[in-house]
Each structure stands twice: as structure tokens, then as C-alpha cells.
Design a protein around this ligand. Structure first.
Ligand code: URA
Length: 276
């Protein structure tokens, strides 16, 4: 790898791990670090901190992966003291006051989709639009997620299950705090228990850290064989990140091909094949 490529790969890693403070210009020159504008976060808040990388998307992948052990926190699904069916669980979540996020929400955002979905997507927490409508991923990032499901998987949105780690919108679209994640996470485990998906797709760093109990960067987590409750977990970029970092869509495409393989489906759905 030449020097420029390795610098780009390192910056990509830093951007991923530390939240987009190290912009790279398209030509690979290092620009002056600039913080994400609150405005930018407010419009599409959830997911990876706003990036400014236009670097080669394959560069990070070409860095030799270092050994990585992710040991998700032990959760015994048999001992989870929560309803086993989605409807009862939904009712419980609707009135939940286990953390301070309940003071700011318009309503809870439980999750939606097929109760027997083969794949379950996990985001971070509702944004403004989700808080308003009570449904997950209905803003711009949600529209991209829907396109990924339809075009890269050949499925309808209502054939998968979509949930978040946190069911209430954090004020000002900040990241959920550890006590808020801890309070809400059992609901997600109960959703996983109810749906029994064959694959869990984790969207973005915050969701990956919360669910997998790790602090590894997305660059380190992507492409690894991870599992939760014996279910394969595929971490990929949050769609909000993809909206701001077109180049990373190539990575997500690879991650979704892996999901398709795990499901025993065509790696590339017929509809998504490039026209000859
Ligand atoms: N981002 C998330 O992580 N979840 C949503 O529901 C919407 C945006």
C-alpha cells in the first residue's frame, strides 16, 4: 500500500472511531479538522457522527485486520422478565418511564415489521421524524434503509423487522447515554427473543457498541464473524452515515451480500443485478 493510501486508511479509521473530526479531501490531502455543525446533526441525527471523508472505501478493508474478540454481555433470554410476545412488549414500552428520555419524547418508537422476520435491523434511537410518527427509520436515513432492503436484499420493508436500541428520542439528537442504553436494552433483547431472526444487522457504531458491549470502531467490526444469542450479527454503516458518505455505500453493499449469503438467498437479488 502506498503512503497516501495508508494515511487515508488511518484517517478513515480515526474518523470512524472518533467521530468525524479528521476530514480528508477527495485527493487525499489532510484538511483542518472541523466539528460537525449542530444543524447537520439535527436534520438527520442518528448514526455515525457526521463524516467528511471522501476517501477510498476499500482502503480500510485492505489494512490487515488485527485480532479482535467481541464478547457481547451475557443476557439469558430465558430469564428475561419481559413479555414474550411483541404486542404485550409493545404495550409495556409505550408507558415505560425507566430512564430520563421519557420526559422528552412525543411517543415511544417500539419497532415494526414481520414478527417472524428472518433478518432484524437495529438502529440507535429515534430521531425527530420517528418521535413524531412513532415508527422507526422514517426520515431520510430510513428511506435509504428501505432502498437497501428492497434493492440489495430483494425484500419488502415489511418482510424484515426494524428496531432501535433506545425507544425514545434523545433530546437534541444527542447519543443515548449509558444509563439510557442499559434501561432500554432488555426490550431489544426481548424483541430479538420474540422475532428469532436468523441474522441481526447492526446499523452504526452506537448501536454496535450498545448491543455488542464493545468499543471497537466500525472499521474494526465490519466483516467480522460476530454473534449474539447464537445469531450471526453483521455490523454495517448507519444509513445516516451513508447519506453523507457516498463512498461507504460500497462497504454496505458487501455487508448486505454477506447477509444474503447467511440467509441462503442470492448474494445479489435479480432486481439488483446491473443491466448488461
Ligand atoms: N436513526 C436510528 O438509529 N433510528 C431511527 O429510527 C431513525 C434514525
Amino acid at each position: 500500500m502506498d503512503l497516501r493510501a495508508s494515511i487515508r486508511a488511518w484517517i478513515r479509521h480515526a474518523d470512524d472511531a472518533y467521530g468525524g473530526d479528521l476530514p480528508v479531501q477527495a485527493a487525499g490531502a489532510i484538511a483542518v479538522p472541523a466539528r460537525t455543525e449542530p444543524q447537520e446533526r439535527a436534520s438527520e441525527p442518528r448514526g455515525q457522527a457526521a463524516p467528511s471523508v471522501a476517501a477510498d472505501p476499500g482502503a480500510a478493508a485492505r489494512v490487515a485486520p488485527e485480532p479482535l474478540t467481541v464478547t457481547p454481555p451475557e443476557v439469558d433470554l430465558d430469564r428475561l422478565d419481559l413479555p414474550e410476545d411483541l404486542d404485550s412488549l409493545h404495550r409495556l414500552v409505550t408507558t415505560c418511564r425507566k430512564c430520563k428520555l421519557c420526559d422528552h419524547r412525543t411517543q415511544t418508537v417500539f419497532g415494526e415489521g414481520a414478527g417472524d422476520a428472518r433478518v432484524l435491523f437495529v438502529g440507535e434511537a429515534p430521531g425527530a421524524r420517528e418521535d413524531e410518527l412513532g415508527r422507526p427509520f422514517v426520515g431520510p436515513a430510513g428511506r435509504l434503509l428501505t432502498r437497501i432492503i428492497e434493492n440489495a436484499m430483494g425484500l419488502r420493508r415489511d418482510e424484515v423487522y426494524i428496531a432501535n436500541v433506545n425507544k425514545c428520542r434523545p433530546p437534541g439528537n444527542r447519543n443515548p447515554e449509558p444509563d439510557e442504553v442499559a434501561a432500554c436494552l432488555p426490550f431489544l433483547h426481548a424483541q430479538i427473543r420474540a422475532v428469532e431472526p436468523e441474522v441481526i444487522v447492526v446499523l452504526g457504531r452506537v448501536a454496535a457498541h450498545s448491543l455488542l458491549g464493545t468499543h471497537q470502531s466500525m472499521g474494526q467490526l465490519r466483516g467480522r464473524e460476530l454473534d449474539l444469542h447464537g445469531i450471526p450479527v453483521v455490523p454495517t454503516w448507519h444509513p445516516a452515515y451513508l447519506l453523507r458518505n457516498e463512498a461507504a455505500k460500497a462497504d454496505t453493499w458487501e455487508d448486505i451480500k454477506r447477509v444474503n449469503r447467511l440467509l441462503g438467498r442470492p448474494e445479489v437479488p435479480p432486481r439488483a443485478r446491473p443491466r448488461s
